[in-house]
Ligand binder design. Structure first.
Ligand SMILES: Cc1cc2nc3c(=O)[nH]c(=O)nc-3n(C[C@H](O)[C@H](O)[C@H](O)COP(=O)(O)OP(=O)(O)OC[C@H]3O[C@@H](n4cnc5c(N)ncnc54)[C@H](O)[C@@H]3O)c2cc1C
Length: 420
């Protein structure tokens, strides 16, 4: 049925092609908004349509546990505009429906640095701020200037500054207080223009320093600390103070070994993108082949007491340190008893524990029941081998959460949005 001249409102639409978990689910109504103004037009009908509304981007962070008895609005608005530009930086706005990785490629190919470590994350630009997407030592909040939204009830538009977005680890105001209340229309990014020369110079400097610093820390002090977070920070502050330039982030995961494998000694941002894409293609299951939504759970944050008690029982427990020890001591008196830290108390968290390790320790890696399973190489990724239902996957997730809680006293939190 044609709706508002240009849009088609379809009934009983299978959502299988519109989300990466690939399970059967049907939308009672489905419409695609291909422009910013089509999104606004649809909101005018909001008061007439008394049914639930779901906004969908690329469908790479959702799981359907049944049919959706309302209207699914797929945001597919396109457009990239340069707002401001000078010698060193560019302010660029991308519409919500732009495909995230195409936008990253667009920026990298113009020598605009900041997004290259976030290469190949599925989904759209509009969804990126919602859970503050992150990978390989970078979170999208690091480069977001503002987020333009429209309130669903009033139709009023508002531009959120980074501070107002209240970004946290896989979290923002859009995932909490404003969930289902606003539509993200576009996102503006502040990116550094980085010439090949700058890229080389900065990388050279960083390379030398980071190797020295991290080498010492890892062997001398860190034990099972997962390298990356602290190393990055130390290297950033030192190199930035010397050069004042944006830095390539090379010390997270396998980026450096991959660059070495590619034969690159002085990488550019394109090289970093290529390295990240190669690693991701090797490590993560492709949703085109096997249904999944990436990491199903967040990495839990725990307080010091809890961490110490776990380290006594599980000396090999890996962790990302979050606060220097003296910060911890200063705050110790006000800390909660040992338990998983809530988002609101992240500042008092001591360590982030890789959820994949916890899940593997509970024996779930490679587990399969029917067509629902835990990926054999990536225990954080739950998979649909073909005909699993959303309820079966969520049932498996609950079993995993129970067993992790029983063994470690840690409550895992789902990263994926469960749509029922
Ligand atoms: C293989 C794989 C790897 C992944 N790797 C990563 C990773 O490394 N790091 C990471 O952070 N995430 C990762 N993800 C998760 C996912 O890609 C991101 O969360 C992505 O930002 C979701 O975008 P989307 O457009 O697909 O959102 P959707 O799944 O369509 O929507 C997610 C949520 O946002 C809402 N929403 C979507 N668009 C809008 C809008 N314009 N306005 C308001 N609400 C909206 C939806 O209602 C829903 O609640 C991965 C997923 C997969 C499948």
């Amino acid at each position: 049925m044609v709706f508002c001249n240009t849009m088609h409102l379809d009934q009983k639409v299978s959502l299988k092609p519109f989300h990466t978990f690939g399970m059967e689910a049907e939308a009672r109504y489905f419409v695609e908004a291909k422009t910013h103004s089509e999104v606004l037009t649809l909101l005018n009908y909001r008061h007439m349509i008394h049914m639930p509304i779901l906004f969908l981007g690329g469908g790479s962070n959702v799981i359907f546990t049944g049919d959706f008895s309302g209207i699914v609005i797929r945001i597919n608005s396109k457009g990239i505009v340069i707002r401001e530009e000078n010698e060193n930086q560019v302010l660029v706005t991308a519409e919500a429906g732009e495909t995230w990785d195409e936008f990253v490629q667009y920026c990298v190919s113009r020598g605009w640095a900041g997004l290259e470590n976030l290469s190949l994350i599925p989904g759209t630009v509009g969804a990126a701020p919602i859970q503050n997407i992150g990978a390989y030592g970078v979170e999208v909040k690091d480069v977001i200037e503002s987020v333009q939204v429209v309130e669903i009830n009033s139709g009023k538009q508002k531009r959120f500054t980074t501070e107002e977005c209240q970004f946290g680890y896989r979290d923002s105001i859009f995932k909490r207080d404003l969930k289902g209340k606003v539509i993200i229309l576009n996102v503006t990014f502040r990116l550094d223009k980085i010439s090949e020369l700058q890229g080389n110079r900065v990388t050279g400097l960083q390379g030398n320093r980071v190797t020295g610093l991290q080498g010492n820390r890892v062997t001398g002090l860190q034990g099972n600390r997962v390298t990356g977070l602290q190393g990055d920070r130390a290297a950033e502050s030192q190199s930035e103070s010397v050069t004042g330039l944006s830095l390539l982030k090379l010390d997270y995961g396998d980026i450096r070994p991959e660059l070495e494998y590619l034969g690159v000694s002085v990488p550019t941002i394109s090289d970093v993108r290529e390295a990240v894409c190669n690693i991701r293609r090797r490590k993560l299951p492709d949703p085109a082949e096997i249904g999944n939504a990436g990491s199903f759970f967040k990495n839990p944050l725990i307080c010091h007491e809890h961490f110490i008690s776990l380290q006594d029982r599980f000396p090999a427990i890996p962790f990302y340190p979050l606060a220097p020890d003296n910060d911890y001591l200063a705050e110790k008196a006000s800390r909660p008893a040992a338990h998983t830290i809530s988002e609101g108390a992240v500042k008092t968290a001591y360590a982030k524990i890789p959820a994949a390790w916890l899940i593997e320790q509970c024996g779930w890696k490679g587990y399969r029941t029917g067509d629902a399973g835990v990926h054999p190489n990536q225990p954080l990724v739950l998979v649909n081998y073909g005909n699993a239902t959303g309820l079966q996957i969520v049932g498996l997730a609950n079993q995993i959460m129970d067993s992790v809680y029983r063994k470690f006293g840690i409550t895992l939190e789902m990263e994926v949005n469960v749509i029922s």
